[in-house]
Ligand binder design. Sequence first.
Ligand SMILES: Cc1cc2nc3c(=O)[nH]c(=O)nc-3n(C[C@H](O)[C@H](O)[C@H](O)COP(=O)(O)O)c2cc1C
Length: 202
Amino acid sequence: MQFDPDSLNARDMYQWMVSTVLPRPIAWVSTVNEAGVSNLAPFSFFNAVCARPPTLMFCPANDRFGRKKDTLINIEATGQFVLHLVSFGLVEPMNATAATLPPGESEFERFHVDSVPSVKVRPPRIPSAPVAFECQLDRIVRISEGPIGGNAVFGRIVHVHVNDAILGPDGRPDPSAIDLVSRGGGEFYFRLGERFALERPE
Ligand SMILES: Cc1cc2nc3c(=O)[nH]c(=O)nc-3n(C[C@H](O)[C@H](O)[C@H](O)COP(=O)(O)O)c2cc1C
């Protein structure tokens, strides 16, 4: 089959995209508002961008009423966030923090997610996350306004935390030790599966 995306509404197109662009790692993002209240939410439209400078990108869409999500509002106000990777042991609290809470209520407190102060940014860090990237806002690219409008947040990594338990004998992260979870379509998630090597051409 084939189709023109203009023939679908945004919700249906979203379903096609999340069922085909796979697997998507999950960015579990902590922020604070100007008053210092913390916020935590997962985003699977997420990936690495480049290493010089080290840059990550994730995409908080507007909600169906066209309102910005708290994560985006906080980053616009403070220019900082901490992006955590999610291992299998953290899926339940990660999923819980996708709930919509009033702006003044912290998901850390509501869902009893442990936090510690970060080193270089104000948003707190989740110590049980396998990897946490403290980020300073690079730029926000507004893809579209209104309901389900798109926003891409680019952040420069200014500090990295890696849980010693995921380090291999060579001192580098062992991908299988992270037990990383990624998002599928609908309610589905993936754990990393079979690993194989392939030699690169010159
Ligand atoms: C695994 C997972 C991945 C998600 N990915 C995204 C995403 O990429 N973009 C987005 O706008 N919302 C995504 N959501 C929904 C947000 O987490 C949800 O709207 C959340 O309430 C936003 O919180 P905030 O308003 O505190 O920023 C995802 C939810 C889950 C459970």
